[in-house]
Ligand binder design. Structure first.
Ligand code: ATP
Ligand code: MG
Ligand code: FE
Length: 344
């Protein structure tokens, strides 16, 4: 099926078109520059930017894919989770398309989209699989038995998301927003063993109960305190070493627990998705540890890891191919949609 996906959960306006599991186009317009001076996404600014970018992005997608809207078999849209004022723009646009074209509409979960997108690069998902979802707002370990309807959360972050930690630490190091890619870049010149930053929830009495949960706020605070002490002493801050050591701590806990989840559940396939999956150290360490544990690893290329419309189109296409019923045309945007609710 030819499926068009619309994504507006945060600051990217994405329109992707897929044919089955083949990517035709992935048009993305970002308002990230407009948020940079605030150090975070401003919902009203994002919402307005989505309104302005929606039609041009839709047109660009159709041109690039050489597709007419009337050729599209189904529409998929991010229903949640995300910023309410941003989500409603995409949902309204998708409803208008579905109504005008008289095609089925699938309101889907953004986070499931971060997993489903991998079919565009590596083919059908080997279900069941464990998915490590790491993004700006989420850090979860998921048991995916069927990406269209059966996703179970094994654990999540108790405080900050992994991407949030990257962005906050980048701020401490006076790197631009969003900080993840900058830490990744700066860290290549640093020593990951220079500073022993804490690995949250890997020791202590809560370990067993939280064996698949994460915590990054202690790490973030530890980095901030380390940098402050340097500055107070009038010593230069070794930015590359701090970035590399912080990144190592994040990649270490993320991969350690993901591999442990695979082992405990007897699952041989691990998928890493979400914006932080673009991180080069996370990718390398995951490869090493999965190889050592006999686990097959799938990570989509970086452009598919960050928010985009193709991930939503890919999940919509899976819905169509697996015979799922379409959503109602009056489906709501749900800013706090549970990770286990794949379709609304
Ligand atoms: P969510 O998916 O939870 O709703 P989101 O959509 O804002 O949140 P994504 O676009 O999936 O998040 O990911 C953005 C996050 O990924 C940001 O925190 C950003 O810093 C981080 N990120 C992007 N590239 C890298 C990288 N190379 N290394 C580390 N972090 C990265
Ligand atoms: Mg973004
Ligand atoms: Fe996302």
């Amino acid at each position: 099926p030819l499926v068009l996906g619309v994504e507006t959960s945060c600051d990217e306006t994405g329109v992707g078109i897929v044919r089955g599991r083949t990517l035709l186009t992935n048009a993305v317009a970002s308002s990230v520059d407009e948020h940079a001076r605030f150090g975070g996404v401003v919902p009203e600014v994002a919402s307005r930017a989505h309104l302005e970018a929606m039609v041009p992005t839709l047109q660009r997608a159709c041109e690039e894919a050489r597709v007419r809207l009337t050729d599209v078999d189904a529409i998929a849209v991010t229903a949640g989770p995300g910023l309410a004022s941003a989500l409603v723009v995409g949902v309204a646009a998708a409803k208008a398309l579905a109504l005008a074209l008289n095609r089925p509409l699938y309101g889907v979960n953004h986070l499931a989209g971060h997993v489903a997108v991998d079919v565009l690069e590596h083919g059908p998902l080997p279900e069941p699989l464990i998915a490590l979802l790491v993004s700006g707002g989420h850090s979860n370990l998921l048991m995916v038995r069927d990406i269209t309807q059966d996703v179970e959360s094994l654990g999540s972050t108790l405080d900050d998301a992994a991407g949030e930690a990257f962005d906050k630490v980048a701020r401490v190091l006076q790197l631009p927003y969003p900080g993840g890619p900058h830490i990744d870049r700066v860290a290549t010149d640093g020593d990951p063993r220079a500073i022993a930053f804490p690995r949250g929830l890997t020791s202590g009495r809560d370990v067993e109960r939280h064996r698949f949960d994460y915590s990054f706020s202690g790490l973030k605070t530890s980095v901030a305190r380390w940098v402050q002490q340097r500055e107070a002493a009038g010593e230069p801050v070794p930015v590359a070493d701090v970035a590399a050591s912080f990144q190592e701590a994040v990649a270490d806990v993320l991969t350690r627990k993901a591999v442990a989840a695979c082992r405990e559940h007897g699952v041989e396939d691990l998928l890493i998705g979400g914006g932080v999956a673009a991180n080069s150290r996370l990718r390398t360490l995951a490869e090493e540890r999965c190889a050592a544990a006999g686990i097959r690893l799938r990570v989509p290329r970086p452009a598919l890891c960050t928010d985009n419309g193709a991930m939503i189109a890919a999940l919509g296409a899976e819905m169509v191919m697996r015979g799922r019923t379409a959503s109602r045309l009056d489906l709501p945007a749900d800013s706090s949609q549970s990770i286990e609710l794949v379709q609304v």
